[in-house]
Design a protein around this ligand. Structure first.
Ligand SMILES: NC(=O)c1ccc[n+]([C@@H]2O[C@H](COP(=O)([O-])OP(=O)(O)OC[C@H]3O[C@@H](n4cnc5c(N)ncnc54)[C@H](OP(=O)(O)O)[C@@H]3O)[C@@H](O)[C@H]2O)c1
Length: 302
C-alpha cells in the first residue's frame, strides 16, 4: 500500500528561505504547493534544485500576491480544489523596510503590514474551514528576532513580525480544539536577498538621525557576514514539521535565533536595550539631544 504524502503550502517559495524550504520538503517526500507571485520562475527554480519533473504530482505552483485580497481568495480556492485541506501552511513570504521609525513613510507601514500580517491572516482564514473539517493541520509563521524586542532601524518590520506572532498565538488558542496547531519559527540571520539590500531603505543623512546611521549600518553589514545558508533554515523547518504536535510551539531556527530567544527571556528590558544599543554602536541616552550635546562635561554625559 502506498502512503499519501503530506501536503505543505509554502508562501514565497520563489526565492530565499521559501525556495530552500520547498526543495527540502519535496526531497523529504512532502507534496509541496508553492504559493508565489511568479509561479513559472519559482517552479523552474525548485525543479532545477530538486530534479523534479514537469507534471510531478508532488510539486505544484499557485499564483499568490498577499497584498491582493482577490489573489488570496483565488489561491486558496485553487489549492483546496487541488489537494483539499493542506496538512501544513507555512507563512514564509515577507518583506522588510529599513529606516528610522520617524523617517519611514506611512505607505510603507501599510505595504509591510499588508504583506506580513493582513495577507497571511486572510489566507489562513480561507484554509481554516477545510482544516477544521479534516480535524488536523498546522500553521507555521516565519518570524524574526526583530519580533522579540523592537529593533532600531527596523521599527516597521519589527512591529509587523511582533503583530504576526501575537496574532498566531491568539489563533492557536482558538483553533486548538479543532486539532489545528501553530508553530512560530523564529529565524536567525540567513543569507538571502532580504539580508542583502532586499529591503527598501529610507534615509535622511542630513536629518536628526544622520549621525547614528553610518555606524549602525556598518554593524548591520558585519552581522550579515555571519548569515547562515537558507538550506539550514529549511532543515530546521522540516524538523519542526516532523516534531511539532503541541497546540502552540515557539522555536528558534538557527543557533543565533535560539541564543537570542533565551537571552531575551532572561534579560530585563533595560539590559536588552543596552545590549542592542552597544551591538549596533548607538550613542548613549541623551548624548545627541540638545540637553546632551550641549551639556557641560561636568554633568557626566561622557
Ligand atoms: N533572511 C533572514 O535572515 C530572515 C530572518 C528572519 C526572518 N526572515 C523571514 O523569512 C521570510 C523569508 O525571507 P527571505 O529572507 O527568504 O526573503 P526574500 O529572499 O526576500 O524572499 C521573500 C519572498 O517573499 C515573497 N513575497 C514578497 N512579497 C510578496 C507578496 N506580496 N505576495 C506573495 N509573496 C511575496 C517573495 O516573492 P517574489 O519573488 O515574488 O518577490 C519571495 O519569495 C520572511 O518572512 C522574512 O521576514 C528572514
Amino acid at each position: 500500500m502506498t502512503s499519501v504524502p503530506r501536503t505543505v503550502v509554502i508562501t514565497g517559495a520563489s526565492r530565499g528561505l521559501g525556495l530552500a524550504s520547498a526543495c527540502e520538503l519535496y526531497k523529504r517526500g512532502w507534496r509541496v504547493i508553492g504559493a508565489m507571485r511568479s509561479v513559472d520562475a519559482g517552479l523552474a527554480a525548485i525543479r532545477e534544485l530538486t530534479g523534479a519533473a514537469t507534471g510531478d504530482p508532488c510539486l505544484h505552483g499557485v499564483q499568490l500576491d498577499l497584498t491582493d485580497a482577490r489573489s488570496v481568495d483565488a489561491a486558496s480556492e485553487a489549492i483546496v480544489d487541488l489537494v483539499g485541506a493542506p496538512d501544513v501552511l507555512v507563512h514564509n513570504a515577507g518583506i522588510a523596510v529599513a529606516g528610522f521609525a520617524e523617517e519611514t513613510p506611512p505607505a510603507e507601514w501599510h505595504r509591510v503590514f499588508a504583506t506580513n500580517v493582513f495577507g497571511p491572516a486572510a489566507l489562513t482564514n480561507a484554509f481554516l474551514p477545510p482544516m477544521r473539517d479534516a480535524g488536523r493541520g498546522r500553521i507555521v509563521v516565519v518570524s524574526s528576532t526583530s519580533a522579540v524586542r523592537g529593533m532600531p532601524l527596523a521599527a516597521v518590520y519589527s512591529a509587523s513580525k511582533a503583530a504576526m506572532e501575537r496574532w498566531a498565538e491568539s489563533l492557536a488558542a482558538e483553533v486548538a480544539p479543532y486539532g489545528i496547531g501553530v508553530t512560530i519559527l523564529l529565524a536567525g540571520t540567513y543569507d538571502t536577498d532580504l539580508t542583502h539590500d532586499g529591503a527598501a531603505v529610507y534615509r535622511d543623512d542630513s536629518g536628526p538621525y544622520g549621525p547614528q546611521r553610518p555606524r549602525m549600518e556598518k554593524r548591520g553589514r558585519m552581522a550579515v557576514r555571519l548569515a547562515n545558508p537558507p538550506q539550514r533554515f529549511a532543515r530546521s523547518l522540516a524538523r519542526a514539521l516532523e516534531r511539532d504536535r503541541q497546540p502552540i510551539v515557539h522555536r528558534g531556527a538557527g543557533v543565533d535565533a535560539k541564543i537570542y530567544r533565551s537571552v531575551a527571556r532572561l534579560m530585563p528590558t533595560i539590559a536588552m536595550h543596552h545590549m542592542i544599543r552597544v551591538g549596533l554602536g548607538q550613542p548613549r541616552f541623551g548624548t545627541l539631544g540638545a540637553s546632551g550635546a550641549d551639556r557641560p562635561a561636568t554633568e557626566g554625559n561622557a
